[in-house]
Design a protein around this ligand. Sequence first.
Ligand code: GDP
Ligand code: CA
Length: 342
Amino acid sequence: MRVTALAGGIGGARFLRGVLAALPDADVTVIGNTGDDITLHGLRICPDLDTVMYTLGGGISAERGWGREDESFVVAEELAAYGVGPAWFGLGDRDLATHLVRTEMLDAGYPLSDVMRALCERWQPGVRLLPMTDDRVETHVVIADEDGQRAVHFQEWWLRLRAAVPAQAIVPLRAETAKPAPGVLDALGEADVVLLPPSNPVVSIGTILAVPGIRDAVRETAAPVVGVSPIIGGAAVRGMADACLTAIGVETSAQAVGVHYGGRGRAAATPAQAGAGPAEAPAGTAEGLAAAPAGLLDGWLVDTVDAGAVVPGATVLARPLLMTDLAATVAIVRSALEVAGV
Ligand code: GDP
Ligand code: CA
């Protein structure tokens, strides 16, 4: 079976571990978010791609969920001794080697998709890990604080400000001119099932969908498309996804996120849903990511506490959605495949 999944960092990676355990023989392609990428000390850093690579390759810090197991931060301490920041971005010594290799390859002219393939030769994540694009897209967040209104890199808003300063807009800069990386559209078109893991709907999945062509490829694929809610009982399980949803005018609830993705209208409609088809596709624009139903989903998994959620045009299934361990995650994946009918 050919499985194609969109993915951010921790939530996506944990879910993908369940996909590989549930479907050991599947051919899995992951389309990873690169909007969180940042250049620090001259090094190109791709947090979400690396989180997927390390998690599936057995190198992730189990405790932190990002960065390397058995990590030290000597270089970061030395930089701090020089007064060189930013202190809010955790750059471990082992992790630095990945960024050095990546930056060297990028500087030599290799596209990011080639770089990731090379890095994955070491990690053997068991999936084909594609960046959403080889072009440089960086998510910025418009905030207003004592320094006035300004845009900061997503990482500064997320890590330094802990998303506590309200976002006036979340903008995937240069997404509108980015091209999907080689293999991305084919992976969506040729899949037997397309999965949207419980990744951040705005700055992970939303950013991937903002690359022209990707949203349409999800809408138009012949494969069933099933999403898993990252929101349980009105809260993000971990992290500050609620601040991102608020910024685009979407309520922090499993139903609202499902409606935001939108049903495709191909599933057998329940009486209450009859007649509801997919809404017109909008897109992330230069003004930022926006709330607008996109007609992506055939199925939407919500937690049992959110049973009763309705997404017009999609089949909603309520199952426990906490990825507490691998067995629980495998059960979530099986539920997603069940609602997909594959
Ligand atoms: P990031 O890039 O590291 O922030 O990771 P993702 O975007 O892939 O996923 C982050 C999201 O995962 C968070 O917003 C949470 O809502 C969601 N999440 C984390 N743990 C769980 C879990 O156990 N179950 C579900 N359903 N969602 C989770
Ligand atoms: Ca991320």
